[in-house]
Design a protein. Sequence first.
Length: 231
Amino acid sequence: MPLVVKIALIVIGVALLALALIGSGISRRLMTIPKMHRAPRIVLAILGVLLLAGGMWGLSTTESKKAPSVADVKEHIPSSVKADLNCTEATESPKGAVEVDCSTQNSTPEYVYYILFPSVDDMQMHWLKTTAPGDLSGNQCQTMDDYKKGSHQTYYTNDQSVIIGDYACYTSGDSIVAVYTDRRYNVIVSASITDPKNFPEFIKWVNETSQPVGDEGATPATPSQTAAAGR
């Protein structure tokens, strides 16, 4: 139950109880408020109690998001990546998330980060904020020109029926950057290189090696905001 609904239930419940109390004659000094018959007062009081109790129960049972751990992130990093790169907990992580830094000197890619979020919406909001897809005019991320132009796209399951995540690519200073989401596991993968000569190896790594692993039957969740919403 959304928080706004819980609060609304409490407010309406209190209002109904107050109305029933006023109608009982306790405020008869307010001559503009007539005394209410017993039956409607009882109905209002019962409804007020039920709504108030429902709202309070909803607030008391609100579950906080379970913060992921470094071990949780590493479960989604492919074994070949963990074998080839040095993956350790990052010094900083987005709020509520856990980030693992697999950046390794003299490797392709040079910089690699896997970030696990507690929800698909948290993941999506971070991706929208950090990539600003509305500023990326291209619609695919396969060539160096796509990266230089700045592009973003969605990518799908093999049968093209379900979106797995969003993909952004661009250049930033000397860096060639790819950042994509995986809605099955709430994971963002960010990777970059600085030497354009390594681009063919880089794009192959991103497309064929970097994808997070996990439950093969996991269904991609749909975030409340999409890449298009960030335009």
